[in-house]
Design a protein. Structure first.
Length: 174
């Protein structure tokens, strides 16, 4: 089983949710049932304090792909997939692993600061049409806007990465 966790603490532990993730993602019962975890969330690459927390040694982040840092130890098909998502949405992505409670899990972080406004508008309309979410009511909240803008590219990255992994298994006959 593959589980995806979406949280503002995907990149670094800031508070209570980070403690919950540390406990959950390292629990023996969780690890026995879940083959793979992907933790996704927003990131602001222009925020110096956030970048310092993210890359601090105690955060135990290993980066394999970072739009602002280039392809780092990332298989070419995955790098191509991630850079394609960046171009399609106008975002920057970071892919790697981070330890939660001493156990490394995959992370995808999305900086949607420069997201394609037309694409974001279509996603907001979809959220309203499908779920009745009136984004205009909450757009004055920076955290809401950041998470909403990161949502669709994060889902695309998770979906496409999952499909890439399934494709590899199929090609190997597993």
């Amino acid at each position: 089983m593959i589980l995806i966790h979406a949280t503002h603490e995907a990149g670094s532990k800031v508070g209570g949710i980070g403690a919950v993730l540390d406990g959950l993602l390292s629990a023996p019962s969780y690890l026995a049932e879940v083959e793979r975890s992907l933790v996704v969330g927003p990131i602001k690459t222009t925020d110096a304090a956030e970048m310092e927390r993210l890359f601090a040694p105690q955060n135990k982040l290993s980066v394999f792909y970072f739009a602002d840092g280039g392809q780092i130890n990332c298989p070419q098909p995955l790098a191509d997939l991630l850079s394609g998502i960046e171009r399609a949405f106008g975002v920057r992505l970071l892919y790697g692993t981070r330890e939660f409670g001493g156990v490394a899990h995959e992370v995808i972080l999305v900086d949607a600061s420069d997201i394609n406004p037309e694409r974001l508008g279509k996603f907001k309309y979809y959220a309203w049409e499908k779920f009745g979410l009136d984004c205009a009511k909450f757009e004055h909240e920076p955290e809401f806007s950041q998470h909403l803008a990161a949502a669709e590219p994060a889902v695309a990255a998770a979906r496409d990465y999952w499909l890439l992994a399934i494709g590899k298994r199929l090609r190997r006959g597993q």
